[in-house]
Design a protein around this ligand. Structure first.
Ligand code: PBG
Ligand code: ZN
Length: 341
């Protein structure tokens, strides 16, 4: 091998004076930046959370959750038109109860808001992807995500009930059910209940890594689902734990989850990245009500540019590894993208 020529005087001077690497070359123009951009939160990936309510009348705005309404069945045609105009193709339904009780029995009624809304949405637009949140907290008088034994949530009785709820949603036509109660074994129990009910094709979007978070505030105000005593720390995860989160995802994968979700999104970007490296299943992230509210409130006060902040946060969630993103900004973001803004 020929010996390397020692640098000449000129070369030595040049290399010491000039930067060897110039990443800015590919940032010079919008066209170059667009051309090399690695990821985008494309609207096709977005899922809009939708609150449905019993009763009739127009959609009712929620105090404390700007831009969010409770939708009665009769208003759903308007929702479907709006989704199609804006280019959002998937929804995640949350129900509200007419009457709450200790076991959350309205969650298991075929006349409840969610099963009726699923059937109506699928009739209005069969191509819409419809997922349903599966939990009891919106239906229990005490606001916990399961049934109680004394003051503790009874895991195994709860997962049996969640299986019943999931089968009801599947029977109504849901494409996916999304268990969010953070009970042990809930994905396995739901898969078994779905299969027993003949709902072999209904998929499970598992809230696998769900932290006990201060960022669910506007959601709980909407649902009236804040626990009446204690908190959710005995079932939702401590946000300090990341290995535990990956373990929860592994369990849900083994129990038959079709997608794994993390939430809140922005406080879980490390988990998304680690999950992306470890699992081949599609990953979802939920930009929760408090994440939405932080941006909304800051934008309203002129502290930041709403569109840029939304694009940046959704973009970071996508970059970290999310295939689908649940966001209260889904419609607005899809509309802004259509408008080229
Ligand atoms: C119900 C549920 C919650 C959220 C999704 N499913 C609330 C909670 O766990 O208290 C949070 C969604 C949001 O804040 O947007 N278990
Ligand atoms: Zn719950």
């Amino acid at each position: 091998m020929a010996a390397r020529r020692p640098p000449g005087r000129e070369e030595e001077k040049a290399s010491s004076r000039l930067p060897r690497h110039r990443p800015r070359r590919l940032r010079r123009s919008p066209a170059l930046r667009e051309w090399v951009a690695e990821s985008d939160p494309e609207p096709r990936r977005l899922v809009l959370p939708v609150f449905v309510r019993p009763g009739s009348g127009p959609p009712t705005p929620v105090a404390g959750f700007p831009g969010v309404s409770l939708w009665p069945i009769e208003a759903l045609p308007k929702l479907v038109r709006g989704l199609s105009d804006d280019g959002v193709r998937a929804v995640l339904l949350f129900g509200t109860a007419r009457r709450k009780d200790t076991s959350g029995s309205e969650a298991r009624s075929a006349e409840g808001a969610v099963p009726r809304a699923v059937t109506s949405l699928k009739r209005l637009d069969p191509s819409l992807v419809v997922a349903t949140d599966v939990c009891l907290c919106a239906y229990t008088s005490h606001g916990h995500c399961g049934v109680l034994r004394g003051t503790a949530v009874d895991n195994d009785r709860t997962i049996a009930l969640l299986g019943t709820v999931a089968a009801l949603h599947a029977h109504a036509g849901a494409d996916l059910v999304a268990p969010s109660a953070m009970m042990d074994g809930q994905v396995g129990a739901i898969r078994a209940a779905l299969d027993d009910a003949g709902a072999l094709e209904t998929a499970i979007l598992a809230y696998s890594s769900k932290h006990a978070s201060a960022l669910y505030g506007p959601f709980r105000a909407t649902e009236g689902s804040a626990p009446s005593f204690g908190d959710r720390a005995s079932y939702q995860m401590d946000y300090r734990n990341g290995r535990e989160a990956l373990g929860e995802m592994e369990l849900d994968r083994r129990e038959g989850a079709d997608l794994l979700m993390v939430k809140p999104a922005l406080t879980s970007l490390d988990l998304l990245a680690r999950a992306r490296a470890r699992f081949d299943l599609p990953l979802a992230a939920f930009q929760v009500s408090g994440e939405y509210a932080m941006i909304k409130a800051a934008a309203d006060r002129g502290f930041l540019d709403e569109r840029l902040a939304v694009r940046e946060t959704l973009g970071a969630i996508r970059r970290a590894g999310a295939d689908v993103i649940v966001s209260y900004y889904a419609r607005e973001f899809a509309r802004w993208t259509r408008e080229g803004a």
